[in-house]
Design a protein around this ligand. Structure first.
Ligand SMILES: Cc1cc2nc3c(=O)[nH]c(=O)nc-3n(C[C@H](O)[C@H](O)[C@H](O)COP(=O)(O)OP(=O)(O)OC[C@H]3O[C@@H](n4cnc5c(N)ncnc54)[C@H](O)[C@@H]3O)c2cc1C
Length: 358
C-alpha cells in the first residue's frame, strides 16, 4: 500500500534512481524529474563496490548487476614498468570480494528499468528551477512539467551543480585543484592482466587503467598526454571517449534543511580515485529512505555527516598519493619502490577503503 507522503526526487542519476527504488520498497510513491532527455552515452563511474552490492541485494538488483558487469579481483601498483604490488580484493571477508566493473550508463539503465517496473513516474526533460516552502509543504517551479501538487519531502540528487542545494540554506565548501586530468576510453592491446586494475606512477604524475569491456580500457590520470605513458608494447586502437576533468574536494556544510535533503554529488564532490562517488550516493539514498520511513529525516546529518567528511578526506589523501600535488605526496609517490616494505600494512587498509568497507 502506498504511504501518503509526497516525495519529489530531483535528478535521475544513480543516487536519484536508487532513492526512488528504496523509497518505493518502503511503501512510498515518489516522483523523479531530470532535465536531461535520457541516460547519457558516456560513463563516469565504473566501479560498484561490495557495500553497494550488499545494499542492492534484497531488491534483486545485485544479481542483475553481476550478470551484466565484470568482477575485478585485484588492483596492481606499478612504478613505470616495474610491478610493485598486487592488492588482492579476494582477501576481504565479504559476500562480494571484488569490485564490480560496470559502466555508469549500464548501472543507470538497470536502475531505471527497475524504477519503470515499479511504475515510479520518471520525467525526463523536466528542469527544476526553484521551490517555495509554505508551512510543511513545498511547491515547485520546473520547466516542461506541471507539478501542481505540493511535496512533503524534496530530495536533491541533482549532482555537483545542484540547484536544490543553491535554493536551500546549504552550501558546498572545500576546494578544487587547478590541474585538469585526462580521461580516455580507448581500445588497447597489452600484456598486463586484463581483468585487474592497474595504477602506474611516474615522476610526472600517475594514472589508473581499468578494462571496461572487450578490449576497451578506461585510462585516466594527471599525466600530460597520458597515452604516451601506456605500458611498453601497447597497441592503441580507436578512442571512443576522451575528456578532461578537475578534481574537487568538497562537502556540503549540512545535508538536511527542513525536509529538503541532499544526496550523492549534490552533497559531496571528490576525486574518482577510490571509486566512492556513485557508491556513496547509493548509500546516501538507502539511509535517507530509511529515515523518511521512520519520519526521522532530521537525524540524517548526525548519522551521516562525520562519515562523509572522513571519507572525502581519505579520498583526497589517496588521490594526492597518486597525483603528487604537493612536495610530500611527490616524495612518497616517487619513492614507492623503496617503501614497498610498508605495503603489507598499508594496502589491506587501502583495499578495505576502496571497497567501501571502512
Ligand atoms: C572520471 C570519473 C570516474 C568516476 N568513477 C567512479 C567510480 O568508479 N565509482 C564511483 O562510485 N564513482 C565514480 N565517479 C563519481 C560518480 O560518477 C558520481 O559520484 C555519480 O555520478 C554521482 O551520481 P549522482 O546521481 O549523485 O549525480 P549525477 O550522476 O551528476 O546525476 C545528477 C542528475 O541530476 C540531473 N539534474 C541536474 N540539475 C538538474 C535540474 N536543475 N533539474 C532536473 N535535473 C537536474 C542531471 O541531469 C543528472 O541526471 C567518477 C567520476 C568521474 C568524473
Amino acid at each position: 500500500m502506498s504511504k501518503r507522503k509526497d516525495i519529489l526526487i530531483i535528478g535521475a542519476g544513480p543516487s536519484g534512481l536508487s532513492a526512488a527504488i528504496f523509497l518505493h520498497e518502503r511503501g512510498f510513491h515518489p516522483i523523479i524529474i531530470d532535465k536531461k532527455d535520457c541516460i547519457g552515452p558516456h560513463s563516469k563511474a565504473l566501479g560498484v563496490n561490495p557495500r553497494s552490492l550488499k545494499i542492492l541485494k534484497d531488491l534483486g538488483l545485485t544479481d542483475r548487476f553481476i550478470q551484466n558487469g565484470r568482477k575485478m579481483k585485484a588492483i596492481n601498483v606499478w612504478n613505470k614498468e616495474k610491478h610493485l604490488y598486487r592488492n588482492d580484493f579476494t582477501q576481504i571477508r565479504h559476500e562480494y570480494p571484488f569490485m564490480l566493473i560496470q559502466p555508469q550508463k549500464e548501472s543507470e539503465e538497470i536502475l531505471l528499468e527497475e524504477v519503470l517496473r515499479r511504475e515510479i513516474p520518471c520525467h525526463y526533460g523536466a528542469e527544476f528551477y526553484s521551490y517555495n516552502q509554505i508551512e510543511e509543504k513545498y511547491s515547485i517551479k520546473a520547466d516542461r512539467i506541471d507539478l501542481n501538487q505540493k511535496f512533503d519531502y524534496l530530495i536533491g540528487a541533482d549532482g555537483g551543480r545542484s540547484r536544490v542545494r543553491e535554493q536551500s540554506n546549504l552550501q558546498l565548501t572545500g576546494f578544487s585543484y587547478d590541474e585538469s586530468w585526462e580521461i580516455y576510453d580507448v581500445e588497447l592491446e597489452m600484456e598486463i592482466a586484463p581483468d585487474e586494475g592497474h595504477i602506474r606512477v611516474f615522476p610526472e604524475g600517475g594514472m589508473i587503467m581499468i578494462r571496461l569491456k572487450d578490449s576497451v580500457w578506461r585510462v585516466a590520470g594527471n599525466l600530460p598526454s597520458i597515452l604516451n605513458y601506456l605500458p611498453a608494447r601497447t597497441k592503441v586502437g580507436s578512442i571512443s571517449w576522451e575528456s578532461k576533468f578537475r578534481i574537487h574536494h568538497k562537502l556540503a556544510n549540512g545535508l538536511v534543511d527542513n525536509n529538503v535533503v541532499l544526496i550523492g554529488d549534490a552533497a559531496h564532490l571528490h576525486s574518482p580515485i577510490g571509486a566512492r562517488g556513485m557508491n556513496l550516493g547509493i548509500e546516501d539514498a538507502f539511509m535517507v529512505s530509511q529515515l523518511i520511513a521512520e519520519s526521522n529525516l532530521s537525524e540524517y546529518n548526525a548519522q551521516r555527516y562525520k562519515y562523509l567528511k572522513s571519507t572525502v578526506a581519505r579520498v583526497n589523501t589517496i588521490t594526492m598519493g597518486l597525483a603528487g600535488d604537493n612536495f610530500s605526496a611527490r616524495m612518497v609517490r616517487n619513492n614507492m619502490q623503496y617503501l614497498r616494505f610498508m605495503f603489507p600494512v598499508i594496502m589491506p587498509k587501502v583495499r578495505k577503503f576502496i571497497l567501501g568497507l571502512n
